[in-house]
Design a binder for this molecule. Sequence first.
Ligand SMILES: *Cc1c(COP(=O)(O)O)cnc(C)c1O
Length: 477
Amino acid sequence: MSLIFELSKNSRRCAVFPDGGVHQYQLPEKFARKELDLPQIAEVDLVRHYMGLSRLAFGVDNGFYPLGSCTMKYNPKVNEETAALEGFTQIHPLQPAGTVKGALKALKQLQDALCDLTGMDAMTLKPAAGAHGEFTGMQIIRKYFVSRGMAERNEVIIPDSAHGTNPASAAMNGFRIVAVKSNENGGVDLDSLRAAVGEHTAALMLTNPNTLGLFDENIEKITRIVHEAGGLCYYDGANLNAVMGLVRPGDIGFDVIHLNLHKTFSTPHGGGGPGSGPVGCKAFLAAHLPDPVIGENGFEYSEDSIGSVRSFYSNFLVCIKALTYIKVMGADGLKRASQNAVLNANYLLHKIKDIYDVSYDRVCMHEFVLCLQRMKDETGVSAKEIAKALLDFEIHPPTMYFPLIVHEALMFEPTETESRETLDRCAKVLRHLHQLAYSDPAYFEGVPHKTVVSHVDEVKAARNPVLKYEKGTEASD
Ligand SMILES: *Cc1c(COP(=O)(O)O)cnc(C)c1O
C-alpha cells in the first residue's frame, strides 16, 4: 500500500475552510515555516486510503483476540456514545470546578463503584495506565513508611511469575526487589515467602489470579505472612476479569490495588492508549493518595499526599467509558462477566489440552498458559510460529513467551463475550496446527502466509527502526 504522501498530487483538496471571521495575523518571519509539505488528496481517495489501512489492522471488532494478560474484551459501542456526549467532550480542563460539577460527579460515581468492587476505601482515577498506577501505589507505600520514620522498610517482594512492570515500578521508587519462587501448583511458595519477609519488607506485590491464570489457594495465608512481618500488600488488579463481583482484594488482605480500566472495564486499548490505571487503598493510606482527590464537595487536597501524578483530571473519557460499562452491566452483570470469562477459558483449554501441554494442569481462571517446549523439541515448530500461523485463520496471536517461567509459552485469554462457536473454531484451528507441526513442519517457515506483511525481520526492525517518512525515500511494501 502507498503512503498518503505518495498519493499526494499538487492542489488536490478535500477541505475548504470557511472564513473564520477573525482578523488575519502575520507571524513574525522567524517563526513562519518556509515550506509545509502536507499531503494533498481528494476526499474519496483519503477515505479509501484510511479505510484500506484500517482493514489491515487486526482488532477486537474484526476477529477473535485471545491475547492473554491484556483482556482484549469486546468494547460495547454504547460506551463510545456516552463518552461522545457534548457535556463531556466540550469542557475544558482549566474550567473552574464549579462549572463541571456533572463531570466530577461522574468521576466520583466511578471512584465509588471501583471501591465497592475492590473492597477499598478510597480511590484515585489519576494514573494514566496500569504501570503508572503501580508507580503511584508504590509511592503511596513509600510515603507511608517514610512519613512514619520507617524508611528502612525498603524491600518489595515480587513472585517470579509477576508482570514485568511490577519490579520496574518498585525499583523506580527506590525499593530493592526480592523475588520469591512459584511452587509446584503455580502459586507463591510459602516457605520462600516466609524466608523473604523481615524488618526490611515494605510490601508484597501480587497479581491474583496470577500471570499463569491461576488463583492462589493460599492467598489469605500470603497476605497474613506479609502483614505479620509489618509489610503491606499490593494487588496488581490489571486483570480483574476473573474475579469482579466474586472476590474483593480488600477482603483478602490487600491494602493497595491498581486496576486497568482499559482491560477489565472495556475501554479499547492497544496502539499505546489512552488508558487509565486507578489506584485504590484502605482508609489508613487515603491521606497519601495523589492530589487532588474528588470528594463529596469537589476537589480535596491532603498535606500528606504524594503530590500530583498526572495533569488535570486523568484520562477523563476513558473513565466515562468504564462508568458506562459498570452502569449497564450492574453488579450482577459484572459478576456474570467474570464467571463467563472463567468458563470460556476453561472450555477452550479443555478442548485442546489432550494434545497441547498445559503449564499447570489445574482449573484455570480467565486465562491459561500452554507450554510448547515438547512440540518444539519434537518438531522444531516454536510457540511463536504457532502464534503467527493463527493469523492466517483470522485469529489474533495469544501472548507469547510470557510469563517467563514457562518455556515456549502461549497465553490465551478468550474473554467473556466470545461465543461457543468462536471457541470451537479456535480449538479446531489449534488442533489443525498441532497436526501440521508433526506432519509438515516446513509449513511454518515464514508464517503467516496470507497477511499483507508476512514474516518480518524482527532483529532488523529493532536495530534499524524506520519510524518516520523521509520525503524522497522509496516506500517499501
Ligand atoms: C497490562 C498489565 C500491567 C500494565 O498495564 P499498562 O496499562 O500496560 O501499563 C500490569 N500488570 C498486569 C498483570 C498487566 O496485565
